[in-house]
Design a protein around this ligand. Structure first.
Ligand SMILES: Cc1cc2nc3c(=O)[nH]c(=O)nc-3n(C[C@H](O)[C@H](O)[C@H](O)COP(=O)(O)OP(=O)(O)OC[C@H]3O[C@@H](n4cnc5c(N)ncnc54)[C@H](O)[C@@H]3O)c2cc1C
Length: 440
């Protein structure tokens, strides 16, 4: 990489993808650099809360910020385009429209793409759960079905974080009627793989009194209109199939020589510098770190900041710093029935924790918001008031004519001292016992 002193003008930095990692990187870079941020979408989308579009607790506009406005505020150039290839050797990238943009350093933060694992019919017949438009469409389809007589079958493919949070929102919105029976299909042995087993037990306990069937150890083998076939031999009727599991590397990684195969993420050094090219850094979900890390928004944000710092160091010929993630607890929302705070092997549960998750969303969006300042404070205040109405008093969100929702008074019970994990504790005094660190 050329050093700053040898550059005739401001060093050119390209940031490809402006999700959590790309946006965090762009925010770290000062106006002494000619920064071009490229994204295929006009919007930054807050993915960790998109499940709330199913219950209409959130509207699409609540979860989006304009990339152009954000970048204008940072003094960076925004180009709305899909990057088709990065030629690191030539210091140049090309968009799908044929536009060519030169760079001295590039930060690749393209996240992942929807992956239905090649299951026949899944791409055509299952609704994807990857962005705001996807979830808004699922919300509309649920509303459409609910207006029709009879009980409708919903199949959620994937019992991970997205699938469980989606189920929680369906229960929030529809559990007092009899419009839906929901099947959750998970290939693994339990729900929310990778979290303490008590969480699986707590979710199952909540579902026991509702029209929800959980099928673990089950893989989907094909999806047709109205049917989902499983490897157990069972066929599920389905009026709405949603595909929540699966994220694959962007084809851009292989096309640019940043990764070896179509199913590989881009390998990076501890500094997030690409193992293939010194002038490319990879941040967020797209990066394969020397020590694997969960693909989470707050890690993506930390990586974006680190990658930006190291790009500057590299341009100045200084020593690079290693990325050192600060571990944070994870909040898993289950509609208005419960929210779980998972920290290592322990879990704390309370519907009141929803306010913590909402506060993280509000505070971070206000930080990103271009109108941050007096207007943002006003906006933030009204968002919080709305959040308090919607989350602390869920009855306000129940459709007219439906029974009022209420917070459960029954404590969540989980198996005590199971071999694989501790039990879920109820949060004392309806407050988080551990204050979650700001995520992302
Ligand atoms: C439904 C869902 C729920 C989630 N819930 C949580 C949660 O509760 N907590 C949590 O911590 N994490 C959660 N995550 C994970 C979290 O959202 C991701 O880890 C995070 O978004 C990764 O950030 P990123 O910047 O790497 O990628 P992304 O946020 O995916 O951003 C990638 C950006 O790159 C752009 N892009 C992609 N390819 C190109 C290209 N070729 N050219 C130009 N632009 C391109 C995209 O348009 C996008 O804006 C969730 C994810 C999903 C999908």
């Amino acid at each position: 990489m050329r050093s700053q002193s040898t550059l005739a003008s401001r060093p050119r930095i390209a940031v490809v993808g402006a999700g959590f990692a790309g946006l965090a990187a762009a925010r770290e870079l000062g106006r002494q650099y000619a920064v071009t941020v490229l994204d295929a979408s006009p919007w930054f989308e807050w993915l960790p809360n998109i499940h709330e579009l199913l219950s209409r607790v959130k509207r699409p506009a609540d979860l989006r910020l304009s990339h152009r406005a954000l970048m204008a505020r940072s003094g960076h150039r925004f180009v709305r385009a899909t990057v088709a290839a990065i030629d690191a050797g030539a210091g140049r990238l090309v968009t799908s429209g044929g536009r060519s943009i030169g760079f001295d350093a590039c930060i690749v933060a393209v996240g992942g793409v929807h992956d239905a694992f090649g299951v026949p019919g899944a791409d055509r017949n299952a609704m994807s759960f990857k962005g705001v438009d996807d979830c808004a469409a699922i919300g509309r389809r649920l509303a459409q079905l609910a207006r029709r007589p009879g009980r409708h079958s919903v199949v959620i493919v994937g019992g991970g974080l997205e699938g469980i949070e989606a189920l929680g929102e369906i229960l929030r919105r529809f559990r007092h009627g009899d419009a839906f029976a929901v099947n959750v299909v998970e290939a693994g042995a339990r729900l929310l793989p990778g979290t303490p087993s008590a969480l699986d037990a707590a979710i199952r306990a909540h579902c026991a009194t509702h029209e929800v069937r959980i099928l673990t150890h089950s893989r989907v083998t094909s999806v047709t209109p109205g049917r989902v076939r499983l490897d157990t031999g069972e066929t599920l009727r389905s009026d709405l199939t949603m595909w929540t599991g699966g994220s694959a590397p962007s084809p851009l990684l292989q096309a640019s020589g940043l990764a070896d195969g179509p199913r590989n993420w881009a390998p990076v050094k501890a500094s997030l510098q690409s193992r293939r090219f010194d002038n490319v850094f990879v941040a967020g979900d797209a990066a394969a770190l020397p020590r694997p890390l969960g693909k989470q928004a707050y890690y993506a944000t930390q990586m974006g900041e680190c990658a930006a710092g190291n790009v500057v160091r590299a341009l100045e010929g200084r020593r690079l710093r290693s990325f050192s993630p600060s571990r944070k607890p994870m909040l898993v929302a289950f509609g208005d029935l419960d929210t779980f705070l998972v920290s290592g092997g322990s879990v704390v549960a309370s519907p009141a924790l929803a306010a913590a998750k909402e506060a993280i969303f509000q505070v971070t969006m206000a930080r990103f918001d271009p109108s941050f300042g007096a207007t943002a404070v006003r906006k933030g205040a009204s968002r919080l008031v709305r959040a308090a109405e919607e989350l602390a008093l869920p009855a306000l969100t129940v459709a007219p004519g439906r029974r009022r929702a209420s917070l459960p008074s029954r404590p969540v019970r989980a198996p005590r001292g199971t071999a694989t994990g501790p039990s879920v504790k109820k949060a004392a005094a309806r407050r988080p016992r551990h204050k979650p660190a700001a995520q992302p």
